[in-house]
Design a protein around this ligand. Structure first.
Ligand SMILES: *[C@@H]1O[C@H](CO)[C@@H](O)[C@H](O)[C@H]1NC(C)=O
Ligand SMILES: [Zn+2]
Length: 431
């Protein structure tokens, strides 16, 4: 563990340019501990971003490795990933995109005690991927009885507002997506409301992998969790339900404990998958901010898609939301907030991300005010105008600002001219 720590810090100091930037602001900004294992080891998270530790209106992704102590491949490739991103920032377009446009949180090991013991469970021999509260069975509902590692993840997810994530496992080669369990405990395909979104995300991983998509066991190298084998108390389903965080469970190596010499190969096989999955948070989906029409302030409203029974929340600070969605479809996007009228608009999501802001009218605003608000800010109920308005709203506001500024300047100049002229003859009188 000490060597691991030393390595972690050595890498951080030596290689992480964007992170070094904030070294002067305090060590906590880039490597933080989210809690401790049963045996007291810190659960260390590396945050990769041009502004680590600061809140921005950007999506956040997390990678978690070594959930099972005897599956160490994840922790190794995650440290490789952190180094690679720091080494290639401003050299590689994907590295630059990730550093500049999102916050990537990396927890190389969730189970340092299990790793030290070379076994699946933690120091109490509890399987951490069965220790989360479960939607179908109240087996883990008593929060205080969760393992410290589980509790650390739960608090972290409540605090950080992740858009998506992945945990890394070993023993198979497949990208697994929710649900992990089925209501009647049978082995069957049990899709969650975002089944299409998850199939898309899992495919991003498997298609970018060296040979995951060629799997003979799993069609396309992806699988629904309950279809493969149902589990209860898993981390993936809990993230989606309680964190609004779209989590995959990635099995990245057939061999659980391969020879050290094979690690660079496994890293190479997974490198593009990890980068593309993280970058998909920026490159695809629907993104925007939610504002209150009366105050102009950002609000932490809910975002829903018609026909998909799940909602995500915008952030409190910036009102920004980031919604993963399968591309190539029409969606009706709705924003709502208590005390405000819900608004909806239809979009065609193609391969690229769509930017869409909402300005919500407060409940009980009178008719005239509503009209005014609709004229100045609403992006809704108007399919044809949407693309122009949605994509260029900021540009419009900017142009408007420039025009107003020019007008004010012009008025000032002319009026000062007039004042001079008018006042000149009067000056002697005034003196
Ligand atoms: C993928 O490649 C690895 C390493 O060459 C090999 O061991 C494995 O069997 C391959 N898997 C598939 C599904 O092709
Ligand atoms: Zn595992």
């Amino acid at each position: 563990m000490l060597t691991f720590l030393q390595n972690l810090y050595a890498h951080t100091f030596k290689l992480c340019l964007p992170i070094i930037y904030s070294l002067f602001e305090g060590l906590h900004d880039h490597v933080i501990s989210i809690g401790k294992s049963v045996n007291g080891f810190a659960l260390l998270v590396i945050e990769i971003s041009d502004k680590p530790g600061q809140s921005e209106s950007e999506p956040a992704f997390k990678f978690i490795g070594n959930v099972h102590g005897d599956e160490p491949v994840g922790r190794e490739v995650l440290i490789k990933l952190a180094n690679w991103l720091c080494d290639n920032y401003l050299k590689d377009p994907l590295a630059t995109l990730i550093v500049e446009n999102m916050h990537l949180h990396i927890l190389p090991t969730m189970n340092p005690d299990g790793f030290a013991l070379r076994r699946r469970g933690n120091a109490n021999n509890v399987d951490l991927n069965r220790d989360f509260p479960d939607q179908f069975f109240p087996i883990n509902d008593e929060i205080n009885y969760r393992q410290p590692e589980t509790r650390a993840i739960m608090n972290w997810v409540k605090q950080e507002h992740f858009t998506a994530s992945a945990s890394l496992h070993g023993g198979a080669l497949v990208a697994n997506y929710p649900w992990d369990g089925s209501r009647d405990q049978s082995k069957q395909y049990y899709g969650c409301p975002d089944d299409k979104t998850f199939r898309y995300m899992a495919s991003v991983y498997s298609q970018s992998h060296y040979n995951m998509s060629l799997s003979k066991e799993f069609n396309g190298g992806i699988t629904n969790g309950a279809f493969w084998y149902p589990i209860y108390g898993g981390m993936q389903d809990w993230n989606y339900i309680h964190g609004g965080c779209f989590e995959l469970t990635l099995e990245i190596s057939d061999v659980k404990w391969p020879k050290a010499a094979e690690l660079p190969v496994i890293w190479e096989h997974n490198r593009m998958s990890m980068l593309n999955l993280a970058a998909s948070l920026v490159k695809t989906g629907v993104h925007g901010r939610i504002f209150a029409a009366d105050t102009g302030h950002p609000i932490p409203g809910s975002l829903m898609i018609k026909g998909i029974d799940s909602e995500i929340r915008a952030s409190r600070t910036y009102g920004d939301y980031h919604r993963m969605l399968a591309p190539g479809e029409n969606y009706e996007v709705m924003a709502s907030m208590e005390g405000f009228k819900t608004k909806a608009t239809r979009i065609l999501l193609e391969e690229e991300a769509v930017s869409l802001d909402f300005i919500l009218d407060p409940d009980g605003a009178d008719g005239q005010m509503k009209m005014l608000r609709n004229n100045c800010g609403c992006l809704c109920d108007n399919d044809k105008l949407f693309h122009v308005q949605g994509a260029h709203l900021e540009l419009y506001l900017f142009v408007l600002l420039v025009v107003v500024a020019l007008y004010v300047l012009f008025k000032r100049k002319t009026s000062s001219k007039f004042t001079t002229q008018r006042h000149s003859p009067k000056r002697p009188i005034a003196v």
